[in-house]
Design a protein around this ligand. Sequence first.
Ligand SMILES: [Zn+2]
Length: 431
Amino acid sequence: MHHANRPTRIQREDRIVAEVEAARDEIVAFTAEMIRIPTVNPPGECYRDCAELVGRRLRATGLAMEYVEAEGRPEHTAQHPRVNVVGRGPAVPGRPRLHLNGHFDVVPPGDGWTVDPFAGLVRDGRIYGRGASDMKSGISAAVFAVEALRRAGVGLAGAVDISATVDEESGGFAGVAHLCEAGIISSDHTSYAIIPEPFGPTRVCLGHRGVYWFDVVAHGHTAHGSMSHLGRSAIEDMGALLEAFRTGLIPELATRISTLPIVPEPSRRPSLNVNAITGGQAGEGTQSPCVADRCVATVDRRFIPEEPFEDVRAEITRLVRSVEGADPGRRFTIEERMVVHPTSAPRGSPLVAALSHAVEAVRGHPATLVASPGTYDQKHFDRIAGIQHCVAYGPGPLEEAHQPDESCSIDDLLASTQVLALAALELVGPA
Ligand SMILES: [Zn+2]
């Protein structure tokens, strides 16, 4: 059927872009208001306040709003409740649904700030504060993308849902993982997901590498330090293992490379970092002369999609056993802390195409496809909710995440909001 007065695609896009521009001050004010709530994780401060701030905004946008607490999770306590907020668009059976998700927890501010990290200062075209980049600007972009569609009077064939969640910085178990396990985010009703993490207004992030995080424990035998030949030093045994990492495994990992466009470029290769070594007596306080009977190395192995996790694990076990076997009496055990599998949206995904078209429409040049060296909530969308068509796209310089004087350019925030709105329209379709 042909409607004579139906706007053309270009007219519709122009109207949406203009509505975002007209909302500039509101978008900045809302972002600054979120930054002023110090949602520091750990321990998870002020989550309810921030969830309610976002919730009021989602309701004003016309979404059906619900607070979801992470009942049953040990970190959900009376003192630090884990409160997520979800806004749902109308039910449209058989039509595509898009989910926009951002985390509102932030890492502690740390030292080195020249501005108040929780003042939401706006200066010279930038918003400053902890979370300005990672990722309260991203939540603002998601919310105002949907609001701009509404203000432009653009009806949607499908629907867009928005969630703002907790604890991404500590693994996302009470946040996105909880919503996925509860079926609130699920491939049963949702085809696409975009996480506005700070990759900047022209980069689409396809996914992330994997993490294998484990402790190796060296077990020695204590003795008087003056007769150390009667003991077995766990620290010396650990030294042998560290040397094997340095001369054997680490150079071997440097020969592998991923086809995923991971940035920065050196992260296209897998890596192994020893995050911590603890052994013998605590460094502070009075020392007694003893041979160390225990030494622990906490190891952070980042792996690429080309490395199956079972191979990654077997390679570590083999190396540890071979160092152990090189000296009778040497003994190591491995204790796993965490495994995160790599994830990546399919290359030909309509989601990637829609974001690329929208970046081109707003910025005049195509998007750059990248992948992340570190993980974020995409793993839960993929592995728990079964939504493979998930990417990260959002405002803010990645380099400023977790840094002092974190900030986001207001122009970039607006451009990303426009891109999200246009991409959402392409994905769920005009009514
Ligand atoms: Zn983040």
